[in-house]
Design a protein around this ligand. Structure first.
Ligand code: NAP
Ligand code: ZN
Ligand code: ZN
Length: 365
């Protein structure tokens, strides 16, 4: 018989998880493995709330194992390090993102693309090397192989910096890979101004791009420009403005979390323009062929980034003072936060103050 969550590993842990596809989170006792020779145990301070957490809680993608404890934008303090650990010492401020292991020997791993390894282990809802399920950062501690732990830059606030561990690398990596960073002044459109989108605006500006936000929400216009630093704002519901902007963008990063039409976005691109899709709606999108063929345009995708590039992104954000704009919440406010996230009502990332608000429940759970 399979061991209970509390008994499968030697060390007791506490988190908030969902037991079914209602996605409602509540306290959950579970356990973490002993710190191995290559491991770092992290006392979690803050964890960002990504829309992928919400998709997973609701089983939008059809592969959620319940109970699930989400959370992959983790910043904390190294509380124990194994004897082979050279990169970190106890007391260091560290980050953990979307992946916690991979085979470490295949072609993609050797190219520092562990995120594309066929045997990648995600931070939650994934089978770990020992066959047990992984549980994420809505919890008090996590034990991670040192290769998948990041140095969190000094000078960045750990709460507002936590979303960089997923949102940050997810937009940084395609900017580099798809050639957006080599020629300052190129025009980048960012579709969807949520967690990923608002960080894309900041990183795009730091790379010297001209950035236009493409949004359904007129109410976000002044903030996008005055607070986030975008150069212009385009509301998708205004056909005249959309028409006037056709053929003006070199690149678009599409962060929209729901099913939507790619047709208007492809129309905004110049000849040879590139549309990079990052959002993960639960159903496939239609691919309009005519604008692709007639404008030699390209549609690509991208999934977070490898560990080396994630460290590079954190250091870049440290240097440029880039963090997320956050709403800091207590652990027991998470269900309200998820409901608001489902309505795109967050400016622009919820972050859970884990260390100060995750307390042992008095009743049995
Ligand atoms: P988010 O904060 O909820 O932002 C998504 C934005 O999409 C919303 O703010 C909204 O922007 C827009 N949007 C939502 N519903 C829409 C609809 N029906 N039609 C048009 N626009 C809509 O989510 P996030 O955390 O940034 O994540 C975005 C997506 O990326 C999710 O699907 C997530 O799972 C995925 N993701 C992918 C990766 C990867 O590695 N590829 C990594 C992380 C997340 P406006 O109000 O401005 O229109
Ligand atoms: Zn994420
Ligand atoms: Zn591999």
């Amino acid at each position: 018989m399979a061991k209970s969550l509390e008994m499968e590993h030697p060390n007791k842990a506490l988190g908030w998880g969902a037991r079914d596809k209602s996605g409602v989170l509540s306290p959950l006792r579970f356990s973490r493995r002993d710190n191995g020779d290559d491991d770092v145990t992290v006392k979690i301070l803050y964890c960002g709330v990504c829309h992928s957490d919400l998709h997973s809680l609701k089983n939008d993608w059809g592969f959620t194992h319940y109970p699930i404890i989400p959370g992959h934008e983790i910043v904390g303090v190294a509380s124990k390090v194994g004897k082979n650990v050279t990169k970190f010492k106890e007391g260091d401020c560290v980050g953990v993102g979307v992946i916690v292991n991979s085979c470490q020997s295949c072609e993609t791993c050797e190219q520092d693309l562990e995120n594309y390894c066929p045997r990648v282990v995600f931070t939650y809802n994934s089978h770990d090397r020992d066959g047990t399920m992984t549980y994420g950062g809505y919890s008090d501690t996590i034990v991670v192989d040192q290769r998948f732990v990041l140095r969190f830059p000094e000078g960045l606030p750990p709460d507002a910096g936590a979303p960089l561990l997923c949102a940050g690398i997810t937009v940084y990596s395609p900017m580099k890979y798809y050639g957006m960073t080599t020629e300052p002044g190129k025009h980048l459109g960012v579709a969807g101004l949520g967690g990923l989108g608002h960080v894309a605006v900041k990183i795009g500006k730091a790379f010297g791009l001209k950035v236009t936000v493409i949004s359904r929400s007129q109410a976000k216009e002044s903030e996008a420009i005055d607070r986030l630093g975008a150069d212009s704002f385009l509301v998708t519901t205004d056909p005249q403005k959309m028409k006037a902007a056709m053929g003006t963008m070199d690149f678009i990063i599409d962060t929209v979390s729901a099913v939507h039409s790619l047709f208007p976005l492809l129309g905004l691109l110049k000849v040879n323009g590139k549309l990079v899709t990052l959002g993960l709606p639960e159903k496939p999108l239609e691919l309009p062929i005519f604008p692709l063929v007639l404008g030699r345009k390209m549609v690509g995708g991208s999934d977070i980034g490898g560990m080396k590039e994630t460290q590079e992104m954190l250091d870049f954000c440290g240097k440029h003072g880039i963090t997320a704009d956050i709403e800091l919440i207590k652990m027991d406010e998470i269900n309200v936060a998820m409901e608001r996230l489902s309505r795109s009502d967050v400016k622009y990332r919820f972050v859970i103050d884990v260390a100060n608000s995750l307390t042992q429940p008095t009743a049995s759970i």
